[in-house]
Every structure is written in structure tokens, then in C-alpha cells.
Design a protein around this ligand. Structure first.
Ligand code: ATP
Ligand code: MG
Length: 234
């Protein structure tokens, strides 16, 4: 049985439509999307290339603001929020390209995002090492520059960084796109722990059937519409 806390809606999209500024008047990438995301669940968003998945994530993360409809985080409209604070503190974002700073070390990348965030962390270095351990990277990676990490290792650092200030929502764009099945499973286990043990809301854009099979809810962006496939209740 679920507790009220576990079911809490954290993000809601109400009649959200969006078209890029240079598109034709009726050329909407996203049209009338209504949905809510709850804490404690993993959501997979799939859809053909060009169906608007990354666009949807950029709206949810407050990077695109000229949409129609309403997006609320914890009951508050993004239109009324300080979006820098929202991005640096309330949500974690894992970009497909990782967006790590290549000349900094693995741990410096994590510490930097704690510094940018408003969340207070006593010993940032210790916290960075704990996070690295959590995503399966030993201390020997601490001083390694990002330039010298493999794709899968960079992916783990990007996830560790996005969690460093304890956001309730984690958004990830194709986080396992370039990984083998075994590494993908390891990354999925990190997401499962975050959603099912730490009660976070994890939203993953993906083409991977394995990721969809492991999600609690799968959405498909199709013909400018979001379709929901609730796979299982855990
Ligand atoms: N900055 C932009 N200006 C105009 N059109 C854009 C812009 N970015 C994306 N688009 C268009 O919007 C549509 C949706 O793009 P989006 O990147 O959201 O797709 P996607 O589902 O993430 O695709 P993929 O699986 O290939 O990553 C595409 O037709 C794309 O060409
Ligand atoms: Mg995309």
C-alpha cells in the first residue's frame, strides 16, 4: 500500500502547447499536453526522433518559457518562479551531452554545482566522494579530469552532479544512449534507488526498450500528443 507522501504530485502540465518562434502559426511541436508526475516513480518518455521529447524537457526545466498552458512545480507555476533558482536547486538535469566542464576533475564538477545551488552542504568534497561512490565510481576518479573519462563514466558524473543538491525531480535526456546493456542496467539501478528508495521523481527521455520496461510509467509523444502507458504500479 502506498502512503500519501509517495503519491505526491510534484510536476503538472496543464494544456501545454508549444511551437518554436520561427515555426508556422499552426506548426506546434507539442499540443495540449496534460499530465502530472509523482514522486517515487520513474517515467520514461519515448517517441520518434523529432516528436518533441527534448523540447518537452526544456519546457519542464524552465529553459523554454514561451509556451501556452501552465506548468507547476509543487503547486507553483513556473511562470511565477525564479527559474535560475528552480534549475539550480529544485530539479536536476542530465543532458544528453552531459554538459560537464572538461578541464575540471570529476569531483570539481560535482562541487561546482553544489556551490551554484542554494542548498547548504557542510563538507562538499566529502559529499562529492559519497555521490561518486553511489554511482559506482571509486575514489581513484576523484582527481581525474573529465577529458580523460569514458562516456559511461561521464554519464555517472553527470548523474552524481544532478543529485548533489538533492532535487526532488531528476530530468535525463537519453542518459543511456551510448551505453552497453550492462552499464545501462547499472544506471537504471541508480535511477530505481532514487525513485523507489529516496522518493524522487525521475523522468527519462529514451529510445531504449530496456529503460521503458524498467519504468513505472511510459509516455509516448505521438502526433503532437502525449500518450500514457502505465506499465506497473510498484
Ligand atoms: N531551436 C529550434 N528551433 C526550431 N525548431 C526546433 C528547434 N529545436 C528543435 N526543433 C524542431 O522541433 C521538433 C522536435 O525536436 P526535439 O529536439 O524536441 O525532438 P526529439 O523528440 O527530442 O528528437 P530526438 O529523438 O531526435 O532527440 C523537431 O522537428 C525539430 O526540428
Ligand atoms: Mg531529443
Amino acid at each position: 500500500m502506498k502512503t500519501e507522501k509517495e503519491n505526491k504530485e510534484i510536476l503538472t502540465l496543464e494544456n501545454v502547447s508549444y511551437r518554436y518562434s520561427d515555426a508556422d502559426k499552426n506548426d506546434y511541436v507539442l499540443r495540449n499536453i496534460n499530465y502530472s508526475f509523482e514522486l517515487g516513480k520513474i517515467y520514461a518518455i519515448k517517441g520518434k526522433s523529432g516528436s518533441g521529447k527534448t523540447t518537452l524537457l526544456s519546457l519542464i526545466s524552465g529553459l523554454e518559457t514561451k509556451y501556452e498552458g501552465n506548468i507547476e512545480y509543487n503547486g507553483k507555476s513556473l511562470k511565477k518562479m525564479d527559474l535560475d533558482l528552480y534549475r539550480n536547486t529544485y530539479i536536476g538535469i542530465v543532458f544528453q551531452s552531459y554538459n560537464l566542464l572538461p578541464h575540471l576533475t570529476a569531483s570539481e564538477n560535482i562541487i561546482l554545482s553544489m556551490e551554484i545551488s542554494k542548498v547548504k552542504v557542510k563538507d562538499k568534497k566529502k559529499k562529492a566522494l559519497e555521490l561518486m561512490k553511489k554511482v559506482g565510481l571509486s575514489e581513484c576518479f576523484e582527481h581525474r579530469r573529465v577529458l580523460k573519462l569514458s562516456g559511461g563514466e561521464q554519464q555517472r558524473i553527470a548523474i552524481a552532479r544532478s543529485m548533489s543538491y538533492h532535487p526532488l525531480v531528476l530530468l535525463a535526456d537519453e542518459p543511456t544512449g551510448n551505453l552497453d546493456k550492462e552499464t545501462e542496467d547499472e544506471i537504471l539501478n541508480i535511477f530505481k534507488e532514487l525513485a523507489h528508495k529516496e522518493n524522487k521523481c525521475v523522468i527519462i527521455v529514451t529510445h531504449s526498450k530496456n529503460v521503458c520496461d524498467n519504468a513505472d510509467v511510459v509516455y509516448e509523444l505521438k502526433k503532437n500528443k502525449i500518450e500514457k502507458h502505465e506499465l506497473s504500479e510498484k
